[in-house]
Write a protein that binds this ligand. Structure first.
Ligand code: ZN
Length: 205
């Protein structure tokens, strides 16, 4: 469990991990505690993430905290007012400027807590996350449970063939997998394709 620093200075925390690893729940836990400490909390999310409620940050277990959807990360600087703590959810969907925005907020003395997917479904670093992780003071990497073997999962496996990095979906489209199961699936698919090719070429096995 992450123990919040108690000094009143600006810094950046990043909560990252695969899908279903509990990132939003952890973000909400920290923000709730800040609220209990009578700090002014504001939460922003990219306007692109419309999977649930328009104005609520909603985690997978339906815990709600009201949040402000913004089209561009720079809008956060305009809307932030006198917050002590700023949450940035689904940070991977923000534009590249979100890193500068988080640093600007931290320089103003704000505690920034950002949550996002570190890798996309191809296992590649997701959008602004690598830079955000590099400049952050505190990083928490969470894991889900692999749906194939029960080990800790670090990858988000896309179950159907849909092109594009930004495809919103839930358990219908994605499942958490450990490194081994994530990669073994692709090998199985490749083998099948080769076998099919051979049979269509008339090479009987
Ligand atoms: Zn596994």
């Amino acid at each position: 469990m992450f123990l919040e620093p108690q000094v009143k200075k600006g810094w950046i925390e990043v909560i990252c991990g695969s899908m279903f690893s509990g990132k939003t729940e952890e973000l909400i836990r920290r923000l709730r505690r800040a609220k209990i400490a009578n700090q002014k909390v504001m939460i922003f999310k990219p306007a692109v993430d419309t999977r649930y409620d328009e104005n609520d940050i909603v985690s997978h277990d339906a815990t709600k905290i009201p949040s402000i959807p913004v089209a561009h990360s720079r809008d956060i600087l305009l809307k932030v007012q006198n917050a002590d703590v700023v949450g940035v959810d689904e940070a991977q969907f923000f534009d590249a400027d979100v890193v500068d925005v988080c640093e600007e907020l931290a320089l103003r003395g704000i505690r920034v807590i950002s949550a996002g997917l570190d890798m996309d479904y191809k296992g590649e670093p997701f959008g602004p996350m690598p830079r955000l992780l590099a400049v952050a003071e505190y990083i928490t990497k969470l894991h889900a449970i692999c749906m194939k073997c029960g080990n800790l999962a670090s990858h988000s496996y896309r179950k159907k063939v849909v092109e594009g990095q930004l495809v919103l979906g839930e358990k219908d489209l994605y499942e958490p997998r450990c490194r081994i199961c994530y990669h073994s699936e692709f090998e199985e698919v490749d083998t099948k394709t080769v076998a099919e090719k051979e049979s269509t070429n008339g090479k009987k096995t």
